[in-house]
Design a protein around this ligand. Structure first.
Ligand code: ADP
Ligand code: MG
Length: 398
């Protein structure tokens, strides 16, 4: 799960990370109030969307105009810029060309930036540990730094038994060019950040840029946080920050039915039980020249209601021109799945070819139910056969 910049800053502040002052605004009027509250002299009005690159982004209605982060010198400027941005679609490197609608702004005090650095905590899958990444090349995309000047990225892997030790922080502090009092400040900053990361079950905290101000303070000017979905049950405050406007409606619907659904760009819808089998199914569809429209794991305990919901979600994607159901009946029985498929196909008026591969417990009963249903279902004997058939049927139907 993702949250907005202002929410991340609010959470970090609770853990003792110093952050610039600011207020969220949903209307130009609120933006003005927020600015008055800050008192100036410089205000920054920042579009809040779940994507980075806002500063360099462009609004769809005014591609030659300014980006999604605007420095303002007066309350009137704050109002004008808030009016210009709210309700408009911002396109950045990270949003894709469809962009994201700006419905919230963050009005923040303008910072006196002397240096822009990069700092992130993330989970490194190779070592299964939290890793600190830092660079003197802040403000630009870290992927670019990694590609062009990989030696400028510092890394420290943290042992979970010890957590961030002062020597880790000092090493990074020296690498970032901090001196004197700043080293101690940074050590404190990093340990607060690490505590927030752990206690909030984050999977990423990215501060880009981390700045040094004219008076030598160290501040996060931007903050991005991602959280482990599997830990949300114990992160009430984080869950309350969820902004459904930022999420795909089909994915929200899927999560309500405990389905793991991720929309993709292809035209072959997949309904599978088990994440591993779902991935294998997507691979084999590609092997036969097709493109999966989604990842969908109906889970081990799939019942009729869930299968029907899954069908509806798959078909709500207008790109879907064929469906492959690939179920291995273990805990869930094939006859139950077959009944659910029949019920779903009748309920949603299936208009695309449907290939079904069933295997496992009660498979014969399942196949019989499908045969006797009167539905045009293409039966497949194994995974390869299923993939080949769905690719072929989808092509012929198109
Ligand atoms: P994004 O990464 O989405 O473009 P940032 O929050 O990093 O958004 O802002 C982009 C740039 O805008 C920053 O690198 C910084 O130069 C400037 N900026 C952002 N917030 C402030 C602020 N409060 N004061 C001064 N400059 C800011
Ligand atoms: Mg940034």
């Amino acid at each position: 799960m993702n949250i907005h910049e202002y929410q991340a800053k609010r959470l970090l502040a609770k853990y003792g990370v110093p952050v610039p002052r600011g207020n969220v605004a949903y209307t130009p009027h609120e933006a003005v109030d927020a600015a008055k509250d800050l008192g100036g002299p410089v205000y920054v009005v920042k579009s809040q969307i779940h994507a980075g690159g806002r500063g360099a982004g462009r609004f769809q209605n005014n591609p030659d105009g300014k980006g999604g982060v605007r420095i303002c010198k007066s309350i009137d400027e704050v109002r004008d810029n808030a009016e210009e941005m709210l309700g408009q679609v911002l396109v950045t490197k990270q949003t894709g060309e469809q962009g994201k609608e700006v419905n919230r702004l963050y009005v923040e005090e303008g910072a006196d930036i002397k240096r822009e650095l990069y700092l992130a905590l993330l989970i490194d899958r190779a070592t299964s540990r939290v890793t600190i990444m830092a660079s003197t090349e802040g403000g630009m995309e870290i992927e670019e730094v990694a590609a062009r000047t990989p030696e400028k990225i510092l890394r420290e892997i943290i042992d979970p038994a010890t957590g961030v030790m002062p020597y880790h922080a000092r090493k990074i502090a020296f690498g970032l060019g901090f001196e004197g009092k700043q080293i101690g400040t940074f050590v404190k900053f990093l340990s607060s950040l690490y505590k927030a990361f752990l206690e909030l079950d984050a999977s990423l905290v990215e501060i880009n840029p981390l700045i040094v101000t004219g008076d030598g303070s160290i501040l996060p000017l931007d903050a991005k946080m991602n959280f482990d979905d599997n830990a949300l049950f114990r992160q009430k405050e984080v869950v309350e920050m969820r902004d459904l406007d930022e999420e795909d409606p089909a994915e929200i619907e899927a999560s309500q039915h405990e389905l793991n659904y991720i929309k993709l760009d292809g035209n072959i819808g997949c309904m599978v039980n088990g994440a591993g089998l779902a991935m294998a199914t997507m691979d084999i569809i590609k092997l036969y020249g097709g493109e999966p429209a989604n990842f969908l794991d109906v889970g081990g305990g799939a019942n009729k209601e869930r299968v029907v919901a899954a069908f509806k979600i798959i078909l709500s994607d207008k790109n879907v021109e064929g469906i492959l159901v690939n179920i291995f009946g273990g805990i869930v029985r094939c006859d139950v799945i077959a009944e659910a498929i029949v019920a779903a196909a009748q309920e949603v008026e299936l208009h695309v070819p449907l290939v079904v591969r069933l295997e496992g417990t009660n498979v014969e009963m399942g196949k019989k139910i499908l045969e006797e249903s009167g539905l045009t279902i293409i039966a497949a004997d194994n995974l390869a056969d299923g993939a080949e058939k769905v690719v072929k049927a989808t092509r012929e139907a198109a």
